[in-house]
Design a protein around this ligand. Structure first.
Ligand code: ADP
Ligand code: MG
Length: 341
């Protein structure tokens, strides 16, 4: 700790007030022959140090697009056309070359749905780990090897020393995802972007990987942006949650509050469709209809055509996020107003 703790900036740091990642009014646009189509429309989010921010929504909501915009993995036809992504307060969109490589993959590391896409089938786990450790930390030889063993042990791989010489196909799906998490941790990242990290896994081991992610992030103080379609995963792992619908954040807040008292009818619809929660509340059902495609958005609130509460006003204008304090929803007729209708 330094004497700068007395300056305004120092106090902010001590309070941990600086987000690791700040997404500010981000618009991401797809270039089509018929013209530009916005896929994300003015998304703003903060991921604070050590927190797990969940991003949830149905397929096509823009969750992966958000993760990819942060990690810079956008398709050629897709670009950031508005707003910014900041890493510890500094815009990262303009970074190129070495500066970008240091940030993305190292300080900002990723875990994807399918562990096989992150692993090279022709190299041993040991080689992939020691190479990544070399790149990120400048370690080599026995030191890199010892770090690789330590990482494998931290992610719960039994007999880690012996497993260094195994190839990806020699591991089960769950063990492979553990290896991917070890690789992501190799650069001692400030944040993990985990996009559906348990979706491709056997249901019986999803819980173990969720626990592992929670434990490694907590013990290392690593923040996480957790992307999932599954409210159950959010409930198990996230500290705050942002609900995405048709490229916008429609509700955001502390997980317990949002799950206990959702304000946006879409959030409640998502909750009702999870077997564990929906059955308990006696209203297990799927949300009727489908999310509009980005190129055919209805006027007004994009959820209105599916919303059981929609009134005439909902088709006229797009509601902005609002609420007192950290729990906010973008709805003209939020649930809270009528006591959990
Ligand atoms: N590379 C791409 N080119 C064109 N459209 C895309 C591309 N990736 C995603 N989209 C579209 O962007 C929207 C959001 O997709 P995505 O972020 O993958 O959703 P999610 O991860 O929430 O399921 C969808 O309508 C999808 O069809
Ligand atoms: Mg996705």
């Amino acid at each position: 700790m330094t004497a700068s703790g007395t300056t305004a900036e120092g106090r902010m740091e001590l309070a941990g007030a600086q987000p690791v990642i700040a997404v500010r009014d981000l618009t991401v646009t797809l270039d089509t022959e018929a013209g530009p189509v916005p896929l994300l429309r003015g998304v703003s989010l903060d991921v604070m140090p050590s927190e797990v921010l969940g991003v949830v929504g149905e397929s096509g909501a823009g969750k992966s697009m958000l993760g990819n915009a942060i990690t810079g993995l956008l398709d050629r036809r897709v670009s950031v056309t508005g707003g910014a992504v900041l890493f510890r307060g500094r815009p990262i969109d303009g970074l190129r070359g070495e500066a970008m490589r240091r940030l993305r993959g190292r300080a900002i590391a990723t875990v994807f749905q399918d562990p096989l896409t992150s692993l090279n089938p022709v190299f041993t786990i040991g080689r992939q780990l020691t190479e990544t450790i070399g790149e990120h930390l400048g370690l080599s030889g026995a030191t890199a090897r010892a770090e690789a063993v330590s990482l494998l042990a931290q992610v719960g791989i039994p007999a880690p020393e012996a497993r260094l010489s195994s190839y990806p196909h020699e591991f089960s799906g769950g063990m492979r995802q553990r290896v991917v998490i070890a690789l992501a941790l190799a650069g001692r990242p400030a944040i993990l972007i985990a996009d559906e990290p348990t979706t491709a896994l056997d249901v019986s081991i999803q819980g173990q990987i969720i626990e592992l992610l929670r434990d490694v992030c907590a013990s290392r103080g690593t923040a996480m942006l957790l992307i999932t379609h599954d409210m159950g995963v959010i409930a198990a792992l996230a500290t705050r949650v942002a609900v995405l619908y048709a490229g916008r954040v429609v509700e955001v807040g502390p997980v317990e509050e949002v799950l206990r008292r959702p304000r946006h009818p879409y959030t409640r619809g998502l909750m009702d469709s999870i077997p564990e929660i929906g059955r308990r509340l006696g209203r297990l059902h799927q949300i009727p209809g489908a999310m509009p495609r980005p190129d055919t958005l209805p006027p007004g609130c994009p959820y209105a055509p599916r919303c059981p509460r929609a009134a005439a006003t909902c088709a006229d204008a797009v509601p902005a996020l609002q609420g007192h304090g950290p729990h906010q929803a973008a709805c003209f007729l939020p649930l809270e107003a009528s006591a959990a209708a």
